[in-house]
Design a protein around this ligand. Structure first.
Ligand SMILES: NC(=O)c1ccc[n+]([C@@H]2O[C@H](COP(=O)([O-])OP(=O)(O)OC[C@H]3O[C@@H](n4cnc5c(N)ncnc54)[C@H](OP(=O)(O)O)[C@@H]3O)[C@@H](O)[C@H]2O)c1
Length: 223
């Protein structure tokens, strides 16, 4: 699900039928040859010849330059459409952008939700300036946000759902994409319809009181 400003993420009208395949390589496999082998094994397991977006799951011991070289080879052969990273903090992104072709990174998938706003201090702004999409994982805090009284109150005022308010808070940021997990098609549609929900300045003030933004650098959290 993309921010209203648009991105490369495809969505059909009902938000269900058009799949955008994202897969990841584990850092332990992320050598030059290991990345290519891992991707080919994923293609086989998925029964497809193309992965839309292929991510390095988190930083490991292999030089980023080697992983990026493999990603570029996979992209040129058409096995992947784009590559990105996951769980990269601001300093990791600096290092990535310094390696050859590092600037081709298409997304950084990180933990971001109302209860975990640490990236707003630096990573989010840096990414926006550079035009690198942030893919917010666990955007509903693994479902825990559903019970929050302020979210319930704001949802009622908008005739929206609590999940939509939590997601609207994230996608109001240009360049932020959310990937709420659900196995229920009606919830996929509900989550997709978040793009219709516009939070007001009063809503945002309530949310800032309940979930204060970071006042200092916090190391990127991972789950
Ligand atoms: N890159 C990484 O290191 C990393 C780490 C963790 C997670 N992730 C990815 O992040 C994605 C989502 O994260 P997550 O599963 O941890 O947490 P999440 O999306 O924040 O929360 C998922 C929970 O919310 C519920 N839910 C979804 N839509 C709802 C709705 N409209 N109303 C009420 N409940 C709703 C789901 O229940 P139902 O299923 O019953 O609907 C599920 O219990 C996954 O695709 C996962 O692969 C990535």
């Amino acid at each position: 699900m993309a921010a209203p400003s648009g991105s490369w993420l495809r969505l059909s009208k009902d938000g269900v039928s058009d799949a955008f395949i994202v897969s990841k390589v584990l850092p332990t496999n992320a050598s030059r040859d290991g990345t290519i082998k891992a991707c080919e094994a994923s293609l086989k397991r998925l029964g497809t010849d193309h992965i839309d977006l292929y991510l390095l799951h988190w930083r490991g011991r292999y030089p980023l330059a080697d992983t990026v070289e493999a990603f570029e080879a996979l992209r040129q052969s058409g096995k992947i459409g784009a590559w990105g990273v996951s769980n990269f903090d601001a300093d990791d992104m600096e290092e990535l952008l310094a390696v050859p072709d590092g600037g081709n990174v298409a997304a950084n998938q990180v933990l971001y939700n109302l209860a975990r706003r640490g990236i707003e201090y630096d990573l989010l702004k840096d990414s926006q300036v550079r035009g690198i999409p942030i893919m917010a994982y666990s955007p509903l805090d693994e479902g825990r946000l559903m019970r929050h009284p302020d979210l319930i109150h704001i949802a009622k005022a908008h005739q929206a759902t609590v999940a939509q308010v939590a997601l609207a808070f994230l996608i109001r940021n240009p360049g932020v994409i959310v990937i709420p997990k659900t196995a229920m098609p009606e919830r996929v549609r509900e989550n997709r319809a978040t793009v219709e929900v516009q939070l007001t300045a009063d809503d945002l003030a309530i949310l800032d009181r309940a979930f204060p933004p970071p006042g200092r650098k916090m190391p990127l959290e991972m789950i």
